[in-house]
Design a protein around this ligand. Structure first.
Ligand code: AMP
Length: 378
């Protein structure tokens, strides 16, 4: 008989930090939480050393861990669901490093370190792309370029934040008292990185991020959608290398470029003082979210709800108001009083709104822990 999985450690092993949470999955309660920083740059020398620090921090709590769940950036087309990271799956995942040269080695390094330190404890990989690619149809996933680039290089839309979109899809279905397999939603994960997903019958049919997290919405430091020819023009005029251009588009664009800060709170404060760059940045952000909500409402065949989550979606009544104010044509109306909510589940649309809008705090770590339990039970 399979051993019951109760104590689950969730690890998010990044390029320079390692975040962890420990759960008792019988009650879904968090037992511990922490962060090890500056890996390889003044702190621990590698992920194994970082993990040894975690074990020391956890003390007695590190005893009796039944399983470890890991956040992994990219599952390519190989991983359509979370998976046990045995030798065969680790080998498959290593072939996907090209899709995330910065994050993937760190994510997989975390698994290697756990395999060494927690001997015999199973490691489960939870991929940020899996929820999207499991159900996204080709008409949404493919780019209109020569198909040889898809065949040779895997150039297509994958989507990210899948763990968050999956969590809020399940939570929204429960909130709406509908089976997950029958729920249609537009889920809006708005944070430092942002993406929307179109959910039809509980599965993704489109999402705003693409081959990489650069596409779609206006984000903290990413530009989101842009005419590819504009990128080529800049590269040509300024003689930029692909790596330099990558930095410009991923790290020096978005709110940071438009308003001088990548933090939405700063941008809101600047706009309130009359800063025109900040005002335009917020309007661009809200416009593009509203644009995609309209499109995705069509794509899902009419949404049962619009869900707002992520740091901005959960906390910023101002940004939510700017977005919802643009949804009049869908019959969506805001309840200004309810919209004051921060960080808790609440309907923020008015009674007569044709589509309810729900604020729903995401919990990616809990989703990873749940998937870990599920993979090991299957
Ligand atoms: P995340 O990446 O999900 O942690 O979200 C981070 C973003 O949420 C940052 O841009 C924060 O400025 C933003 N945020 C958090 N709280 C608020 C708030 N009360 N108002 C506006 N933005 C907020």
């Amino acid at each position: 008989m399979k051993k019951k999985v109760r104590k689950v450690l969730v690890v998010n092993s990044g390029s320079s930090s390692l975040k962890y949470q420990l759960f008792d999955m019988e009650t879904e309660t968090r037992l511990a939480k922490g962060l090890v920083e500056r890996i390889g740059c003044g702190g621990p020398k590698d992920h194994a050393e970082a993990l040894a620090k975690v074990v020391a921090e956890l003390g007695d709590a590190a005893k009796g861990i039944d399983a470890i769940g890991h956040r992994i950036l990219h599952g390519g087309e190989v991983f359509k669901d979370s998976a046990l990271m045995n030798k065969a799956n680790m080998a498959k995942a290593r072939k996907l490093v090209k899709f995330g040269p910065l994050h993937m080695p760190a994510n997989l390094g975390g698994i290697d370190a756990c395999a060494k330190i927690f001997k015999g404890v199973p490691n489960v990989g939870v991929f940020d792309t899996a929820f999207h690619i499991a159900t996204m149809p080709d008409c949404a996933a493919m780019y209109a370029i020569d198909p040889k680039y898809y065949k040779k290089m895997g150039i297509r839309k994958y989507g990210f934040h899948g763990t968050s979109h999956k969590f809020v899809t399940q939570a929204a279905a429960a909130f709406l008292k509908k089976p997950v397999s029958k729920v249609n939603l537009v889920t809006c994960h708005l944070g430092n990185g942002s993406s929307l997903a179109a959910i039809r019958n509980g599965g993704v049919v489109d999402t705003t991020m693409g081959l990489t997290p650069l596409a779609g919405l206006v984000m903290g430091t990413r530009c989101g959608d842009i005419d590819a020819a504009a990128v080529l023009s800049i590269m040509e005029a300024e003689k930029r290398t692909p790596a330099e251009m990558d930095t410009i588009l991923n790290k020096k664009s978005g709110l940071l470029a438009l308003a001088g800060s990548s933090d939405c709170r700063d941008v809101c404060a600047k706009a309130a003082k009359g800063d025109r760059g900040a005002e335009l940045a917020l309007e661009m952000l809200a416009y593009r979210v509203a644009l995609y909500i309209g499109a995705y409402n069509t794509v899902v065949g009419g949404a049962d709800a619009i869900v707002m989550t992520g740091g901005i979606g959960e906390n910023s009544s101002e940004v939510r108001e700017r977005i919802i104010g643009r949804l009049g044509a869908l019959g969506v109306k805001l309840d200004a009083k309810a919209n004051k909510v921060r960080g808790e589940t609440k309907v923020i649309s008015a009674k007569g709104s044709k589509i309810p809008v729900v604020v729903l705090p995401t919990n990616e770590e809990l989703m990873i822990a749940r998937d870990t339990v599920k993979v090991l039970a299957d």
